[in-house]
Design a protein around this ligand. Structure first.
Ligand code: NDP
Length: 262
């Protein structure tokens, strides 16, 4: 029996990049709960299949194995060719990586990789999905930037440069699409409980000899609420931006960080 989607995003086709885990998986679950049809993009099929298995049938989840830094693959794959759900109406550019190094030890490889996955990937996916939104006269683009797009942090200059770039891209795009029924916004999480955070914690432990608990407390101290953000809290903000209530919200960078940036 086919279930008919209900909810504020009923039948909307949402594509989430980096959907397999962490913030991306939380966004996929939340948009599915709001009735969206989902395309889940990531570099590895297996974890995406695990997520598909837990989503409701109404989400009609389909998988796109794709590296967002590969311009040719992105152009070919988006929107998916054998697509049952129609053009992408909601694009969540979430795929990202956060490598750290002191500025003087930031290699060309690290610099290029941070720009490629966090900034160029966002550009490539948006360029591929935008024409369908313009034709439809409706669209939502939500870029998962970071508080590192709103302020500096030591030892992540490449990541911060890329995330500041995401915010600049979002603002300019927002002006270009403002009269076309499309909004473009950035969501900027503070330290959030995912694999990415756990890797950063392991690095701090390895490099400083601090305990995991001490490193975690140091990260939590950045947040005036004294805690680590949960992926579901980021997903809630994304879902709100995708709904009718946020039609007038355009070109914004919304910090989900307990007030770290204001
Ligand atoms: P995770 O490392 O848990 O997940 C990242 C996801 O991105 C994975 O599903 C990964 O899948 C995918 N990914 C990585 N590189 C690529 C690529 N080249 N092409 C396609 N997919 C890719 O990280 P988070 O969930 O924490 O991060 C999600 C977003 O939130 C990122 O943009 C990150 O910068 C941002 N963010 C995270 C914060 C945090 O503290 N966690 C804070 C602020 C922002 P796979 O490797 O299988 O391809």
């Amino acid at each position: 029996m086919t279930t008919i989607p209900i909810g504020p995003l009923a039948g909307r086709h949402a594509l989430v990049t980096g959907a397999a885990r962490g913030i991306g998986a939380a966004i996929a679950r939340r948009l599915a709960a709001d009735g969206a049809h989902l395309t889940l993009l990531g570099r590895q099929r297996e974890p995406l299949e695990a997520l598909v298995a837990e989503l409701p049938e109404s989400a009609r989840p389909q998988i796109l194995v794709c590296d967002v830094t590969d311009a040719q693959t992105v152009a070919r794959a988006l929107p998916p060719s054998a697509d049952l759900t129609g053009p992408v109406q909601i694009l969540v550019n979430n795929a990202g990586q956060a490598a750290s190094a002191p500025f003087g030890r930031t290699t060309d490889e690290l610099w290029q990789r941070m720009l490629a996955v966090n900034l160029t990937g966002t550009f490539l996916c948006t360029r591929a999905a935008l024409p369908g939104m313009v034709t439809a006269g409706w669209g939502r683009i939500v870029n998962i930037a970071s508080t590192a797009g709103q302020r500096g942090y030591a030892y992540v200059s490449a990541y911060a440069a890329a995330k500041h770039g995401v915010i600049g891209l979002t603002r300019s795009l927002a002006l270009e699409v403002a009269t076309k029924g499309i909004t473009a916004n950035a969501v900027c999480p503070g330290y959030t409980e995912t694999d990415l955070l756990r890797e950063s914690l392991s690095n701090v432990v390895a490099k400083t000899g601090r305990t995991d608990e001490a490193a975690r407390a140091e990260f939590a101290r950045h947040n005036p609420q004294g805690r680590i953000v949960q992926p579901e809290e980021v997903a809630d903000t994304v879902a709100w931006l995708c709904g009718a209530a946020a039609t007038a919200i355009n070109g914004q960078s919304i910090s989900v960080s307990g007030g770290e940036v204001m």
